[in-house]
Design a protein around this ligand. Structure first.
Ligand code: FMN
Length: 232
């Protein structure tokens, strides 16, 4: 059986329940793990200056495998992760992204958006696309293409892919790797450079690597728990 034949299509299949009985974690262990995870996740930062040093490739594949465990609308798993290491392809992606970003920063974004970006110190120059040793380009499958070319609807694609990318970022960070979610707009060039099928739409480019020795990040403060949590 091929890899692709393995996933549950879910489309018109009958309900086939299987037992699910994971070991229950004692409360004190849950508390200790949650506190440690909270602390480690606080240390995650978006990195825009990368060292060219190679990363352990299997760690990146494992992080993508973690992302692919994400829940998805009707279990349609509407995502594709393209792992780009080829320097020439990274150069082409950078050239196309910088072309779009130039237009954006020259005014397409509008003053309100530019003002929101100012504290982040970003501009149209995107060295991370060639400095980071790997790029994960995430595509959403807007619909599913059957073997005979028929289109099948996918549900909650934005939500599903957003959750998967969140899990990807967590997995990369907890594996000791730095990343950036880069969303050049428009992103159509990514499908063209990477020769993706018509049902796929680029969602983000995620450079992965280690921070450069002189890496700086903006001095940002996150909302506190009581600003984001409402308990009823
Ligand atoms: C959907 C999304 C799109 C983003 N797009 C960009 C981008 O195009 N360029 C960039 O430099 N950062 C981008 N970021 C990164 C954010 O600016 C960053 O997450 C935010 O400033 C908080 O910083 P932190 O990740 O270090 O906590 C994006 C983040 C998200 C979630």
């Amino acid at each position: 059986m091929t890899e692709t034949a393995h996933w549950t299509p879910a489309h018109g299949e009958p309900y086939r329940p299987v037992p699910y009985r994971p070991d229950r974690m004692p409360h004190d262990e849950s508390l200790a793990r949650a506190a440690e995870l909270r602390e480690r996740m606080q240390g995650r930062r978006t990195v825009r200056q990368f060292a060219p040093d190679p990363v352990p490739e299997q760690a990146v594949r494992d992080a993508i495998a973690c992302a692919a465990t994400a829940p998805s609308g009707a279990h349609q798993q509407p995502w594709t992760f393209v792992l780009v290491r080829d320097p020439d392809v990274r150069r082409r992606i950078r050239a196309a992204a910088e072309h779009e970003e130039q237009v954006s920063y020259d005014g397409r974004l509008g003053e309100e958006w530019l003002a929101a970006l100012r504290p982040l110190g970003t501009d149209e120059v995107k060295p991370h696309l060639t400095d980071a040793p790997a790029l994960i380009v995430v595509f959403q499958q807007r619909y599913w293409l059957g073997a005979d070319g028929t289109r099948h609807k996918h549900y909650y694609v934005d939500e599903s892919v957003g959750i998967a990318v969140g899990m990807l970022l967590s997995a990369l960070h907890l594996s000791g790797l730095a990343a950036l979610v880069h969303t050049p707009s428009p992103m159509r060039f990514l499908g063209q450079v990477l020769d993706r099928p018509e049902n796929e739409k680029a969602f983000a480019v995620i450079p992965v690597g280690y921070p450069a020795p002189d890496c700086h990040v903006p001095d940002l403060v996150r909302k506190s728990l009581d600003q984001v949590l409402v308990e009823v």
